[in-house]
Design a protein around this ligand. Structure first.
Ligand SMILES: Cc1cc2nc3c(=O)[nH]c(=O)nc-3n(C[C@H](O)[C@H](O)[C@H](O)COP(=O)(O)OP(=O)(O)OC[C@H]3O[C@@H](n4cnc5c(N)ncnc54)[C@H](O)[C@@H]3O)c2cc1C
Length: 385
């Protein structure tokens, strides 16, 4: 067993890290202050192959494996948690369902626009009354000849305010339960479609979450993800999408934790109290020891989940465990890193309070950690005899 990254993966990491250090980190604080969508940054990321890592070259992506995507996600989050969230919604939640389930026509039409960042992607599942209980969505798609007429609302949709292409879930047959949910691809300029206010969130404020409204939105049956064969398969598709999306959340958690650890180590060497640097106090050393140990475990689990995804598309257990653990680790690591900074950590003069706020969402989106525990228990009870 070789735990070392391949030369290719190391090169990808170095390139992503350089981009994060030179472009993302310096603008991260300003991005969340202005809340201006980082269009130019995303274009640069597209040029470097950082925006849609797993999308094959024929659609304009670099065609990398999931481990490379996790490495990129970590580095991007190490530089800017908000950009990592935008990346996750664009790539994991919009490009990947189109790549995995789309018809050839759908892939040819939509993926090149997404890989070039000509259009940004979003994924609309959650509704005001359907969060964890995703199967309870009320947005309806009623068949009318070759069209489906969509009415309803979505909530919390990352990139929704700026996206040009959406994968959305609607109920095409309320009597059929999970089998009554269908995924559609929607272009922003479709009549009857609009977006609402941008949410005032605690962290990742450089990304934007918004409502989506559908008022008699008419989508042709060709816009069913996967074509007519996709009818009624939307819930299963969404669960597969979230499996791989969770690896991205784990990777971003590791990236934010890494940034916090680096900041804490640096500060502990610079700050002196009682005549010596903080790094000399055992209490500080123990915090650093715990942070780095948990971070290593979270990174290994994330890389393992990425490897599992590349070797077996059904990586539900590995992805849920990586997301659960890494998202809890980033909470503990950012908390300790802020503690090491004392009062300064609590101010906006240092990035610690931002890391702390950006970390918190990781336990909530793409399935709360309570839902991850349900998924994990279900898989373990099924697999372990
Ligand atoms: C910043 C942000 C970005 C988001 N981006 C997107 C996006 O791009 N696309 C999208 O579709 N959605 C998005 N979401 C929605 C997100 O996935 C949901 O918020 C999440 O799934 C939880 O749903 P909820 O907020 O309705 O909480 P609820 O489902 O109401 O849960 C509330 C609490 O109850 C717990 N709970 C619920 N059911 C159970 C149960 N059976 N057993 C034990 N505990 C339970 C939960 O774990 C949680 O602690 C985003 C949310 C946020 C905050």
């Amino acid at each position: 067993m070789d735990f070392a990254l391949s030369e290719d993966h190391q090169m990808i990491r170095d390139m992503a890290r350089e981009f994060a250090d030179e472009v993302l980190a310096p603008q991260a604080a300003e991005l969340e202050k202005t809340r201006e969508f980082p269009e130019e940054t995303l274009k640069k990321m597209a040029e470097l192959g950082l925006l849609t890592p797993p999308v094959p070259e024929e659609y304009g992506g670099p065609g990398l494996d999931t481990l490379a995507y996790a490495i990129i996600g970590e580095e991007v989050a190490r530089g800017c948690g908000s950009t990592a969230t935008i990346l996750g919604a664009h790539c994991s939640l919009c490009c990947m369902p189109i790549l995995t389930f789309g018809t050839d026509e759908q892939k040819k039409k939509y993926l090149p626009q997404l890989t070039s960042a000509e259009k940004i992607g979003a994924f609309g599942l959650t509704e005001p009354s359907a969060g964890s209980d995703a199967a309870g969505i009320r947005t309806k798609a009623v068949k009318d000849g070759d069209y489906y007429v969509i009415n309803g609302h979505k909530q919390w949709i990352t990139n929704g305010h700026y996206a040009g292409i959406f994968v959305i879930l609607a109920n095409t047959n309320p009597k059929a339960g999970l089998r009554g949910i269908t995924a559609f691809i929607l272009d922003r300029d479709t009549p009857g479609f609009s977006t609402g206010k941008i949410e005032e969130t605690m962290g990742i404020r450089g990304s934007a979450q918004t409502e989506l409204h559908f008022e008699d939105v008419r989508l042709h049956k060709d816009q069913i993800l996967g074509g007519e064969r996709g009818l009624g398969r939307g819930f299963l598709m969404a669960m597969r999408v979230l499996d791989s999306g969770r690896i991205g959340v784990a990777a971003a958690s590791v990236g934010i934790a890494q940034a916090a650890l680096e900041a804490a180590v640096k500060y502990s060497k610079e700050r002196e109290q009682f005549g010596s640097a903080l790094k000399g106090f055992q209490a500080i050393q123990f915090m650093i020891a715990d942070m780095s140990t948990e971070l290593r475990a979270a990174r290994l689990m994330t890389h393992y989940a990425a490897w599992a995804k590349d070797n077996n598309p059904k990586c539900t257990l590995e992805a849920a465990q990586a997301k659960l653990y890494a998202s809890e680790v980033v909470g503990r690591v950012t908390d300790l890193a802020l503690q090491i900074h004392g009062g300064y950590g609590y101010t906006k003069d240092f990035p610690l309070e931002r890391y702390y706020r950006d970390a918190r969402i990781k336990r909530i989106y793409e399935g709360t950690n309570e839902i991850q525990r349900m998924v994990i228990a279900h898989e373990v009870l099924r697999r372990v005899r």
